[in-house]
Ligand binder design. Structure first.
Ligand code: NAD
Length: 332
């Protein structure tokens, strides 16, 4: 489908998955996500309840994340899910598409490929947490997890501090080559380590696994560390020992998700953490909370992933696609 400028502004803009890599850089995703978290904390942007269902076909999990930002007027949803059989068909298991609507009329405005956008907006979230919460003198980045998301996470994180080294651990050691290759691409030395060594060396730790039991333990982590827990986005998942959340000061993208589907769900359930102790990262961005208050404090960001992040990066993709003349339009 080529560009058709003869159509009216009411036409639907289509930005296919294949165009996203040429449009959205990690920097653009960072700015979009930072602004979104700030708007959420000002209560001018909010996420609607998440729907996620096992549909009883193809072992698929399917759902919607949606919301509205009254400042940017981003309105819409990301729809998709997880199809475990897709690999065998040469397709990505995670599938998502963003649909944007005109906030003034309710007309559908754009259809945007959401797979790469999801990785970029998730990496941007932990990078935002590093910007606001990690010690300024952080030198060693620890990576727990070596799956699809991990490379995006590492690339976004290293832009925030003068890291000199990456250390990594993964439940499946054969996957560590992804971390080593990504560190090499970024010009950083990489070392595969045990979890105890990772905790002892790292100033910033990113955890991005699909684990249902803690990998990183409280004892592993040294004072002053910033931890971004990015893998836990469903009830039952867990990446770090719950007691780490009582030792740390806990920040999140959205408190409602943090306590139900995020890493904080476990400390909340065992009664060692209260909801009112969790701070929105947007409050730090807006200057309403100081963030880290000492070099010895452990800060932990519970990044659960909200629909507004998807709408923000998809809106940026639509604007850039139009500006670069790569957007297709269809009358609808
Ligand atoms: P992936 O399937 O490519 O990789 C999974 C990773 O988890 C691998 O490193 C694997 O070794 C590790 N793992 C699997 N079982 C484990 C176990 N029992 N203990 C410890 N580690 C284990 O997945 P991905 O695309 O890299 O996503 C990783 C996680 O991030 C998933 O849980 C996904 O749902 C989540 N995610 C969160 C957000 C968000 O916004 N917070 C966004 C996208 C993905």
């Amino acid at each position: 489908m080529g560009l058709d400028t003869s159509m009216t502004d009411s036409a639907v803009t289509i930005v296919p998955e294949s165009e996203i890599a040429g449009l959205i850089t990690p920097e653009i995703a960072f700015d979009a996500v930072e602004a979104t978290f700030a708007a959420m904390s000002r209560r001018s942007a909010y996420n609607f309840p998440v729907i996620r269902e096992a549909i009883g076909h193809a072992d698929a999990l399917y759902g919607f994340k949606s919301g509205f930002d009254r400042e940017s007027l981003a309105l819409g949803l990301k729809s998709g899910g997880y199809w475990p059989g897709n690999d065998a068909k040469g397709l990505t298991n995670h599938q998502s598409t963003v649909i944007l609507f005109d906030a003034d009329t309710g007309k559908v405005k754009a259809l945007v490929g959401g797979n790469l956008l999801t990785a970029l907006r998730t990496a941007a979230a932990s990078a935002v947490s590093i910007k606001y919460l990690a010690r300024k003198d952080a030198k060693v980045l620890g990576m727990i997890g070596a799956g699809h998301q991990s490379a995006f996470q590492m690339r976004a994180a290293v832009a925030q501090r003068d890291f000199e080294k990456v250390v990594g651990w993964n439940y499946h050691p054969e996957m560590l080559s992804r971390l080593e290759a990504t560190a090499a691409e970024l010009g950083l030395p990489f070392e595969a380590v045990t979890l105890a060594e990772l905790g002892a060396q790292s100033d910033v730790i990113i955890s991005i696994t699909s684990s249902f039991a803690p990998s990183l333990l409280d004892d592993h982590v040294k004072p002053g560390t910033h931890i971004a827990c990015m893998g836990t986005d469903t009830k039952g998942k867990q990446e770090v020992e719950a007691s780490l959340l009582t030792r740390a000061i806990v920040f999140t993208d959205e408190i409602a998700q943090s306590i139900t589907i995020g890493e904080a769900q476990h400390a909340i359930a065992e009664g060692s953490l209260r909801e009112d102790q969790i701070i929105e990262i947007g409050a730090v961005i807006n200057g309403d909370h100081p963030g880290r208050s000492s070099d010895d404090q452990i800060t932990l960001f519970d990044g659960t992933g909200v629909g507004l992040q998807d709408l923000a990066v998809a809106s940026a993709a639509v604007d850039l696609a139009k500006a670069k003349g790569v957007a297709s339009k269809v009358d609808f």
